[in-house]
Design a protein around this ligand. Structure first.
Ligand code: SF4
Length: 317
């Protein structure tokens, strides 16, 4: 959470108005109910190409080990920034900022996001959203109502066990990939799909990117895990493995797998690396050795680039 967030006054949690059983839950909340953990008053990176304020919403249903916002993922903790601080900031930034990005935590967790987005729209600003997609129906509603101009969607793994291992929740992958499919059904909404590359994912990263391309993703970013703000246990484990040499499918079995099998898993460049390892010319050793993380990342970056996204970026830590 940005330091400046703490400079804002804490506010009490309003008790939402409860309507009948079949009532729209969003009607029970106002923008003032949004639980906000912090604000970044100006960012040029949270929405590529735009200058925005970023609102960090409190709480997330998932528990990714590499989360660098883990201090704000507990949904039981109330926000510390009043919504009026956001609107007051935006009033002062007319002509200077393009819009607001709602980030987290997981912004779509809160129904109050809907009236909050409406209000930002009414103030004449654009609206962006960072989401990991745990609530696909809510994302659909935001898009159907035309409340969002741009979505940065995290896709963390292939659906199934590896997704659940990262997000820490059953069915997480199915929800996130459904969210992607909903996003793709709204071509009027600009997007960027981001994959955070945890070392355990190196073997499936290219396939994740390929599937994203197949369903129509136009902008894709591969992000190296940032260790700033992550739990010490994760940082230590990461440093111990990824920064030295890890067991990457192409590398772990360089001596055992045929070149074609390696290519099938991680692509042309990784196969070149595998060849170099097998020949004893890689930076990390001879036959059967592992391939250095930096080499793996470079190979993946090139292979994903070759998929032909309209826009593609490798974000180093
Ligand atoms: S989905 Fe995002 S905010 Fe939630 S735990 Fe994972 S990385 Fe953190």
């Amino acid at each position: 959470m940005p330091d400046e967030a703490r400079a804002h006054a804490a506010h009490s949690v309003r008790v939402p108005i409860h309507l009948g059983r079949n009532a729209d839950p969003a009607l029970s909340f106002t923008a003032e109910d949004l639980q906000i953990a912090g604000i970044s008053a100006m960012s040029s990176v949270d929405w590529p190409g735009k200058l925005v304020a970023t609102v960090f919403c409190q709480g997330c249903p998932w528990a990714c080990p590499y989360c660098h916002n883990h201090a704000i993922i507990d949904p039981r903790i109330p926000g510390v920034v009043a919504w009026s601080s956001v609107t007051a900031l935006m009033e002062r930034r007319h002509g200077l900022l393009d819009g607001v990005v709602f980030s987290g935590g997981e912004a779509t967790r809160q129904w109050a996001l809907i009236p909050a987005m409406r209000q930002i729209r009414e103030m004449g600003f654009e609206v962006g959203l960072h989401t990991a997609g745990p609530y696909p129906a809510r994302l659909a509603r935001l898009l159907d109502e035309g409340l969002v101009d741009w979505v940065g969607l995290d896709i963390k793994a292939l659906p199934g066990p590896s997704y659940e291992a990262i997000a820490g929740r059953q069915g997480a992958g199915e929800k996130a990939w459904e969210a992607l499919s909903i996003l793709m059904s709204h071509p009027e909404v600009a997007h960027e799909v981001r994959l955070t590359l945890d070392p355990s994912l190196a073997g499936e990263a290219l396939e994740i990117a390929r599937r994203c391309k197949d369903v129509g993703v136009r902008r894709f970013a591969l992000q190296e895990v940032r260790l700033q703000g992550v739990r010490d246990t994760y940082a230590n484990a990461y440093e111990a493995s990824a920064r030295s040499a890890v067991s990457f499918p192409s590398a772990a079995s360089c001596g055992a797998l045929g070149r074609g099998e390696v290519e099938g898993m991680v692509g042309r460049d990784a196969a070149d690396l595998a060849g170099r390892v097998a020949a004893g010319t890689s930076s990390t050793g001879g036959p059967g050795a592992t391939v250095a993380w930096a080499d793996q990342l470079s190979a993946l970056a090139r292979d994903i680039g070759a998929l032909g996204f309209e826009a593609y970026e490798l974000r180093r830590a």
